[in-house]
Design a protein. Sequence first.
Length: 627
Amino acid sequence: MIPRLWDFLILLLTTSLATCLLHVQKNEIRTFDSLDGLWTFVREPHNGGDIGIGNQWNTLDLDKFSNATVMPVPSAYNDIGTGSELRDHIGWVWYEKKEFVPLRDRNMRHVLRFASVNYFAVVYVNSEKVTSHTGGHLPFEVDVSSQIKFGAENKFTVAVNNTLSWSTIPQGDFNYQKLAQRNISGRILSRLPDGAVKNVGNFDFFNYAGILRTVQLVKIPSTHIQNINIVADHTGSFFFETAANNLDGIQVEVKMFDGDSNQVYTTNQTKGEGKLENAKLWWPRGMGDPNLYTLEVSLISDGELIDIYRETFGFRTVTWSDSQIFINSKPFYCLGFGMHEDFELIGRGFNQAVMTKDLNLLEWMGGNCYRTTHYPYSEERMFENDRRGIAVIVETPAVGLKGFSKANNNLHIKMLTDMIDRDKNHPSVFAWSLANEPQTAKKESRAYFKTLVDTAHGIDRTRPVTTVYGPTNFDNDETADLMDFICVNRYYGWYIDMGYIPWINQSVYWDISLWRETFHKPIIVTEYGADSIPGLNQEPSVDFSEQYQNEVIQETHHAFDALHKDHTITGEMIWNFADFMTGMTTTRAVGNHKGVFTRSRQAKIAAYTLRNRYLKRFDQTQLEIWD
């Protein structure tokens, strides 16, 4: 399927441009105060209900509580303490930060912005509730201009619950289970208090929680730019539309600049289209340079600049056939990784050093893409992907989905919409993933996923939509035919036929070929691999040894080469880039060890195997001569 630029323009021209959360920037007019740092922190009792909200803790000074301590923001709170009580906490925790807001800023609109809070947040300013938000990994903001005391100290309070809302826990949908343990015959083995919830979801990563990304008090003018939407394809054709909250008597000035700051286009309209001759295209690594352009939007009143915003973008087109994905009309083959935002001490908290190290290692490996498993990653990473030429599949935080209720569907649609709205202008994003390993053999899943596909296509017709299939097989899925391309997770030699390494080649080839023959869609294998405990060496290899992991990967690659030669797959992603923490289970020894790097980012044997493979195939223009 080849999405046309003009299809997307018709959609934009017949619908209103929704307000979105523009990435925070400091420029001639806009500024912000960072609220990152040490916040006062109070933990409610484990599985304790709504004690703090019921007793209006928002009206109190949390630093006066006997159990008050401090918590760094951004970071997950789980690994900061010294005991299991905080690590395994279920329920509410409270954050408080006091910040002086100067009088000079009283004429600016003040917006309190959270880049990510997991999973349910209630926000107060000077004891007054200003907003709540369900679902982590995506930003939310609220205008607090009327709550701010200028020229005085202000109190910012956030109550966070790691099971969404205590009163609205989606029993079954996200697999948070009441603690009545039963054996196979149904006899109750143990019971904890009513309403108690396990800190184990239907996902294989640790349930890190808290204020995970930056917090900012953003200061913008009363009349301001709200949204910028840019579509620019590989022919040089472009369309843009911008929205502001009030344009009465306001002059709009739009300029476009190339990577050398040369102006290449200008207009005084809020929307425009044109064609840039000899546009320098954005390419993934190995296919060309990741050229970026800047659209500068200014609002002017009586000759005075009142707001300005600069959005980077790239000229590039994503298309697809029944067997391949193309970028700028050239075949794209993904050499990539499943990853996690996970690191020691900070958990899923954003850290610039960790992000930079991970992307440097991805380049060292010869990789050109990754999937944001299993949730949208930080905004800072998205801009770095653009700059470095790393292609990305961005995924909603829907992992192991097994409940397909209307309420769950509505929440899923909201997260998908917010995710696309946040990342729509990033040329590095080449696809949207709706979920990871949902239980789509259920008939009710079809209608559920059709609404998601329609939502994604309705917002953005320039990118394909996919879902990552795991336990589901090609012959019992209800949704794969709805997707533009298909992602498949398979673990032959690990979860399937452990120890039978000679069987891997044939099994992988047969399995993936049947997906292709059944649905006639492009396929990316998004997960494969095996656990290895760092430093565990066994010859001959055994499970959990570095040698065994390496042999599983090597044998799987033989199948990939044959599948690629037959035009059956259009990409491969190892699981995982680096070891990461999980909840406690009998199959996990201090986390998941499928990484080719350790959790501290040291290479295992398999990293060198993967690096040799990726570097040999890095030149995407030579894919047709693969052995």
